[in-house]
Design a protein around this ligand. Structure first.
Ligand code: TYM
Length: 337
């Protein structure tokens, strides 16, 4: 069997980029025969970006409901909160002790924060916590704890998965004695939608304030966001450059190949941007609308979601605990006899 695993940080609600880059491909993979899947809320990861407890609490529930509304089948997927699995922080420490500092210095998130400090003329490490710095090690523990083969993510996470591979390799090499404890994971990046652009054409991201929300604010918020997608100034009737429009890229993420070709042909024939945006809203809504209804229904029953996650945590721990016991043995944390 192939193991597929992915997580989402619980710092807010999801946008279409998260859906297209992670949730949708992960759920599709979980339906393949012979696949065992592990999807989770990365709520320990959330602590490094967010010091608002209420927001973290709300986000954990919202993201759990989002996975379920998007079609996650709990009979096929082990579905849990990272913080319900104490074996994960324990593994994080074992991995931390075999990870070189130099490699963490090269992590994008940390480097980005340092660069921003330097550009602002501040101390390079100003405001940078050890949580941010060792973020990739916690993520490696998430992946290695369940020996995942494939990790469906957007392109922005690929470096982290490469780091997880390196850490796994080093641990296997140091302690394996011919037996590999860890599978070497691979990132699964959807070729077409590695990174969904946002309203302004940059990567869709909350931090750029350029997102189209998945469920938050309902169909109205979706429509309003689409209306703000930046387009060129060509008027209705003028042919549009369909190949250089991020509106078209977003359309593609929800369209069949036939719909993609038809949309391009219409734009070249002079379809106005206003009309094009209406087509985009209709297309997104056709897929997302029914999910949003399920989401609202799920959000009305947090206690049901809690029960699902408790069950998921029990399944996850039943796998994590024996592996961790082996790893403790391997590094020398053994009982006296
Ligand atoms: P996070 O929570 O920032 O994002 C969740 C997922 O959404 C993808 N994504 C995108 N994909 C396409 N286009 C975009 N514009 C876009 N924006 C975000 C991300 O690539 C990600 O797949 N560190 C991770 C969470 C995590 C994790 C893990 C993932 C923790 N442990 C173990 C996989 C395996 C993160 O912060 O993702």
């Amino acid at each position: 069997t192939q193991r597929v695993l992915t997580g989402i940080t619980t710092t807010g609600t999801l946008h279409l980029g998260n859906f297209v880059g992670a949730v949708r491909p992960a759920i599709a993979a979980s339906r393949e025969p012979g696949v065992e899947s592990f999807f989770f809320m990365a709520d320990y990861h959330a602590l490094i970006k967010c010091d608002e407890p209420d927001r973290i609490e709300a986000s954990r529930l919202q993201i759990a409901a989002t996975w379920l509304a998007a079609g996650l089948d709990t009979s096929r997927v082990v579905f849990y909160r990272q913080s319900d699995i104490p074996e994960i922080p324990e593994l994080t420490w074992l991995l931390t002790c075999v990870t070189s500092k130099g490699q963490m210095n090269r992590a994008h998130a940390y480097k980005g924060a340092v660069d921003a400090n330097v550009a602002a003329g501040e101390d390079p490490d100003a405001g940078i916590t050890m949580g941010l710095y060792s973020y990739p090690i916690l993520m490696a523990a998430d992946i290695l704890m369940f020996n995942a083969h494939r990790v469906p993510v957007g392109k922005d996470q690929v470096q982290h998965i490469e780091m997880a591979r390196d850490v796994a390799q080093r641990f296997n090499h140091l302690f394996g004695r011919g037996q590999d404890f860890f599978v070497l994971p691979e990132a699964n990046v959807e070729a077409d939608m590695a990174l969904l652009p946002g309203l302004d054409g940059r990567k869709m991201s909350k931090s750029y304030d350029n997102v189209i929300p998945l469920f938050e604010g309902g169909a109205k918020a979706m429509r309003e966001a689409v209306a703000r997608i930046v387009t060129d100034s060509r008027l209705p009737g003028e042919p549009k450059d369909a190949d250089n429009s991020h509106l078209v890229t977003i359309y593609d993420a929800f369209a069949t190949p036939a719909q993609r070709a038809a949309f391009r042909a219409e734009l070249r024939a002079g379809l106005g941007w206003g009309e094009a945006k209406q087509r985009l809203v209709d297309l997104i809504e056709a897929e997302i609308g029914p999910m949003r209804e399920r989401y609202e229904a799920l959000m009305a029953h947090p206690e049901r979601i809690e029960a699902i996650l408790q069950e998921g945590a029990a399944k996850a721990r039943a796998l994590a605990a024996p592996l961790l016991a082996q790893l403790r043995e391997a590094v020398g944390l053994r009982r006296f006899q």
